[in-house]
Design a protein around this ligand. Structure first.
Ligand code: ZN
Length: 382
């Protein structure tokens, strides 16, 4: 399927969502976002393995943005809980602020760099769009087990279980300014979107299938709705689009979108990993685009934007100008995995077909890969 990306809605907002980066972020991404005419850029986590240089680069992205950290951004202390360690050793005093910062420094340093752009257990309001992005639980691994990633929630945010997490997220959904469209962003999506391995948050890495969504996020969304706030769009990543080939299963793809036929809430999983590919000589990066008008999702698409030609002089550079970037986008956005003009059409298209398999030709150079340890300056835009 090939399509031209439509113009953003006049009077509405366009979100460009960058799925699990896992190091694939480069100097051309800002120009690609400009070409997509994004009003707000949302980054759903798994940026790197606590890669502060890469997070710093993203924090400098000169666009309105919201970010949430993923499990890969908080590996080191995922199963640890400093407060619990103190209790287990029967130490009377709680850890000090300094001890907490030192223990979680791999996460804390990223949060410090991101500042108010990090929306986990919080929210960011964009007045020009009359839109708020509310963040779910940062560093989520998905599923019912609280212990995975629990330390970050407990020790950095004072959130000790799923119920407290749900309450925190719901509070932020329900406390945005009147007349605001509320978009919820998590690293992982909510439960309740299917039990099969190809469902948007389905378990695919073990023999038994199941729902790996976040139960606290589901509870927050349902609770907010009971209080009169229906969220039109929930965006996340974590569950990659290519399903596990465990036990010789054939290559299969995840369903990356879901529409609740009762509430109209659109859920988009942006985790197309890796988020780059080559078609012929065309090197492309992946984005998920969502347009909103009057609090309703009117368009959603997975979009590959050509960012360079293999062997061309522009391979490591951003497009020279906005015009060139826009031309590149409009003429060479090669594949919309999903496209629709309304929620109803989106629902029909999702039900009709799975996205085509992403193909990568042969062994190619990896121009956008940011290694785990990176010289910061190497990836700065000229
Ligand atoms: Zn993840």
């Amino acid at each position: 399927m090939s399509a031209i990306l439509p113009s953003p809605p006049s009077g509405g907002s366009r979100l460009a969502i960058i799925g699990d980066i896992h190091g694939w972020y480069g100097a051309h991404d800002p120009a690609a976002l400009t070409a997509l005419q994004a009003d707000i850029t949302c980054i759903v986590g798994d940026i790197g393995e606590e890669n502060l240089d890469l997070v710093t680069l993203i924090s400098e992205l000169p666009v309105p943005k919201a970010v949430i950290l993923g499990n890969h951004d908080g590996w080191q202390h995922a199963k640890s809980n400093l407060g619990k360690e103190f209790r287990d050793r029967s130490m009377p005093q709680a850890p000090t602020k300094e001890e907490i910062r030192e223990f979680y420094k791999g996460v804390v340093n990223q949060l410090d760099v991101l500042g108010r752009d990090h929306v986990g257990f919080g929210a960011k309001h964009f007045p020009a769009q009359r839109l708020s992005v509310v963040g779910a639980r940062p560093c989520s691994w998905g599923g019912e087990r609280w212990k995975l990633g629990a330390g970050v929630s407990a020790d950095l945010y004072g959130v000790r279980d799923m119920a407290e997490s749900a309450a925190r997220i719901q509070h932020h959904i329900c406390s945005q300014p009147a007349g605001t469209t509320v978009v919820v962003m998590g690293h992982n999506g909510p439960t309740g979107l299917g039990q099969l391995r190809h469902n948007i948050c389905g378990v695919d890495w073990q023999d038994s299938q199941g729902d790996n969504g976040d139960p606290d996020l589901r509870r927050a969304l349902d609770g907010a709705r009971q209080r009169g706030v229906t969220v039109p769009l929930v965006i996340f990543g974590h569950m990659h689009h290519q399903l596990s080939r465990r036990r010789g299963r054939p290559q299969a793809l995840r369903n990356m979108a879901h529409v609740d036929s009762e509430t109209g809430t659109v859920c988009l999983n942006a985790a197309v990993v890796p988020r780059w590919r080559q078609i012929g000589t065309s090197l492309q990066n992946h984005f998920t685009v969502a347009d909103l008008e009057d609090g309703v999702v009117t368009f959603a698409a997975h979009v590959w934007v050509e960012i360079a030609k293999k062997g061309g002089s522009a391979m490591h550079a951003a497009p020279a100008s906005v015009d060139r970037a826009r031309e590149s986008c409009c003429k060479k956005v090669l594949s919309c995995l999903l496209r629709a003009t309304s929620v109803k059409q989106l629902l029909e298209e999702i039900q009709a077909e799975a996205p085509p398999e992403v193909t990568v030709d042969g062994v190619i150079q990896q121009p956008t890969r940011v290694p785990a340890i990176v010289k910061h300056a190497e990836f700065r835009r000229e």
